[in-house]
Write a protein that binds this ligand. Structure first.
Ligand code: GCU
Length: 437
């Protein structure tokens, strides 16, 4: 009794720090109530110039939008490509997956010294055959539960850094256990990807930045001098900026891998990592195809529509994801100088694929479609036809367009073999990959 009385004031003191989040069910899911905030004009520069040519876009509007997204939403990268970046291939198995693939593990070190931040990259490649391709197109994306989560292959090194506990996935005491092998195999479809002639490269996102507010005071963020989630400069990067930056560092490595064709690399991500993939693709023109899967608010979904998750909820629930400046748009989406259609447009004339799921209403599938549609006029500056339709397609009817592609899948928030099959159908055309018999 005495003991519980003693603890009571402590509990009361801590309680206000844990701000209650409004439940997702309290947000709007009614098309009649999405509001009428006009979509910021993508083809009008801040000085009023109407962009009519690809050159004007590239010289004036694109740099201006990139700076706006940097300053107002994702934050500035606190480091560029580190001069000390180097990598070591730590394992190669040319008979992985029963002889169907080559598996490589590579450690990227961002600086000298054994305590320098590092990133362990896992790559699977098709086995090269006599007379066949020697350099493969690749998909690159981060994973949520460590490299060993993408396949049950016992040869993958198990992650040994912090991970949020997850009983179902056998993450215990903040670390992955052997039981985490292959827990996300469905989400990666490694065999399917390799069988279709693609390499797949991945790394654990928590190795770049732990997905919690403390993440901005630790690891790479601490090394970069980020200053913590609340102590950051208002326009300093957040976790999404760091994850996106990490994707570009993997690309730095892939450019040197003799088995990869660096001109045919697609960056992809699901959900929060879809937001990171979009931001990586926007900044780094080396990604020839940018894939957003169910990225929702802060990703492909339009913020000016009030549907599902909004800016305020994002910033409340995940204060470490975006720059602090983005909080200035909480409940004030009408002040945004851009929306997600402009983010997608930053890839032009490279290819973008946006995928939604019908039950993923939190991520606003229609808002994701509309952003893709309204990025179209920018792709048209290069004569690209974009989606080629103006209405949301029926479920499971992918629209593989010219520059812009979209599908709405049956089911919930997830990335599935169906999604992968569509991404590869688009990539086959773009990257001229012949379907294998
Ligand atoms: C939450 C969050 C989304 C995010 C998702 C995810 O639902 O609100 O913005 O995309 O998590 O990453 O799974």
């Amino acid at each position: 009794m005495l003991r519980s009385l003693f603890f009571l004031p402590v509990v009361l003191l801590l309680a206000p720090l844990r701000a209650a989040l409004p439940p997702s069910s309290s947000y709007n899911y009614d098309e009649a109530k999405v509001g009428s905030i006009p979509l910021p004009a993508v083809l009008t520069a801040r000085d009023g110039t109407v962009i009519r040519t690809a050159a004007q876009w590239t010289e004036l509007r694109r740099p201006e939008l990139l700076e706006l997204f940097t300053r107002e939403m994702f934050g500035r990268n606190l480091v560029g490509r580190p001069p000390g970046l180097r990598w070591t291939v730590t394992s190669v198995d040319r008979t992985a997956l029963g002889g169907k693939a080559v598996r490589k593990e590579i450690t990227l070190a961002f600086a000298d010294g054994s305590d320098a931040p590092r990133l362990r990259v896992l790559v699977y490649l098709p086995v090269a055959v006599e007379g066949g391709p020697r350099r493969f197109p690749a998909f690159v994306g981060l994973n949520y539960f460590g490299n060993q989560s993408i396949h049950s292959d016992p040869g993958i090194t198990v992650s040994d850094v912090w991970m949020r506990d997850n009983a179902a996935f056998k993450v215990v005491n903040g670390r992955a256990t052997e039981g985490t092998r292959g827990v996300h195999a469905d989400r990666w479809a490694v065999e399917q990807v390799v069988a279709r002639g693609y390499a797949t490269a991945t790394a654990y996102y928590g190795e770049l930045c732990e997905d919690r507010p403390e993440g901005l005071s630790r690891g790479l963020a601490a090394w970069a001098g980020t200053g913590g989630t609340e102590g950051r400069a208002p326009d300093a990067w957040g976790a999404i900026g760091i994850w996106a930056w990490g994707l570009s560092r993997i690309m730095d490595y892939l450019e040197t891998d003799p088995d990869i064709d660096p001109a045919r690399v697609a960056v992809h991500g699901h959900s929060r990592l879809g937001k990171a993939a979009l931001w990586a693709g926007a900044q780094d023109p080396r990604f020839a195809l940018v894939i957003s899967n169910n990225s929702g608010a802060g990703g492909a979904a339009l913020a000016t529509r009030q549907f599902g998750e909004n800016v305020e909820r994002l910033n409340l629930a995940f204060p470490h994801w975006f720059s602090r400046t983005y909080r200035g748009y909480n409940g004030a989406e009408e002040k945004l100088p851009f929306d997600s259609h402009s983010l997608l447009a930053l890839m032009a004339p490279r290819d973008v694929y946006v995928a939604s799921a019908i039950e993923d209403t939190w991520a606003d599938p229609r808002g994701e479609f509309l952003a893709t549609l309204h990025a179209g006029p920018v792709f048209a500056l290069w004569g690209k036809k974009g989606l080629g339709r103006v209405t949301l397609p029926p479920v499971d009817h992918p629209v593989l367009g010219d520059g812009l592609s979209y599908h709405l899948r049956t089911g919930k928030h997830d990335i599935t073999p169906y999604d992968w099959a569509q991404f590869m159908d688009r990539a086959d055309v773009l990257f001229k990959v012949a379907r294998r018999p």
